[in-house]
Design a protein around this ligand. Structure first.
Ligand code: SF4
Length: 216
């Protein structure tokens, strides 16, 4: 499959930025610990469902040490509308116990420290660093980034770590913080999962899959 060169990738990103100026991170939060908890809850769960359950959790638990001492049954019940609620409750409580004990009750702001926590991989670490701390070390690669990077020709890889490396080569660093949200906005509106609407796509003149992609 044809991959875009740096100039083409730049044009694509610019056009998508112009088309989705209000694209932003999709989970509601006020503090780094809110975001960490919401991000763990969000795995394989729609954003609307996460945003519906988190207000009550954020009202009850303010710090990592609050989550660390939560009753697991009660907490699982609070997030029972999300998939794998029991596992996520266990992960949140154990992650927050480590943060409370080893990081002075503050969510770490370094990638390697975040990724040492249970349930926190590269995507979530990048998400927390960008959105809670304004620190950009990499690009969060979620399912929309995986799908659209391949379709648009920004990466020929399927593995999230390799996709992130490819994106970091062709996307200017100033765009790293927003690229995931811009791609998601484009995926939801036009480059939809099953049937992309190529005829009205703002990047159709550059996209190698214009009129071709139906399901990949
Ligand atoms: S041209 Fe079609 S496949 Fe390419 S980005 Fe646009 S909607 Fe997606």
């Amino acid at each position: 499959m044809k991959l875009l060169n740096e100039i083409e990738a730049h044009l694509v990103i610019n056009e998508l930025e112009r088309s989705y100026p209000n694209a932003k991170y999709y989970l509601n939060f006020k503090t780094p610990i809110d975001l960490l908890v919401a991000a763990i809850i969000s795995a394989q769960t729609r954003d609307e469902v996460v945003n519906a359950v988190t207000p009550e959790i954020f009202r009850r638990y303010k710090k990592a040490s609050d989550y660390a001492s939560a009753d697991i049954k009660e907490f699982t019940q609070l997030i029972s509308k999300v998939s794998f609620a029991g596992n996520k409750a266990k992960n949140i409580i154990s992650t927050c116990s480590i943060i409370a004990k080893e990081f002075n009750d503050s969510v770490p702001d370094k990638p390697e420290e975040l990724m040492s926590l249970p349930g926190i991989g590269r995507k979530t670490a990048n998400t927390i660093l960008i959105n809670a701390y304004g620190k950009v070390y990499g690009i969060p690669v979620d399912t929309w980034v995986i799908k659209l990077s391949y379709r648009i020709g920004l990466s020929g890889e399927k593995n999230p770590d390799k996709i992130e490396k490819d994106l970091m080569k062709v996307v200017e660093k100033k765009e790293w913080a927003r690229i995931a949200y811009v791609l998601k906005a484009h995926g939801k509106k036009i480059c939809q999962s099953k049937v992309p609407i190529c005829s009205i796509c703002p990047i159709k003149s550059l996209c190698p899959r214009n009129g071709v992609s139906k399901s990949k």
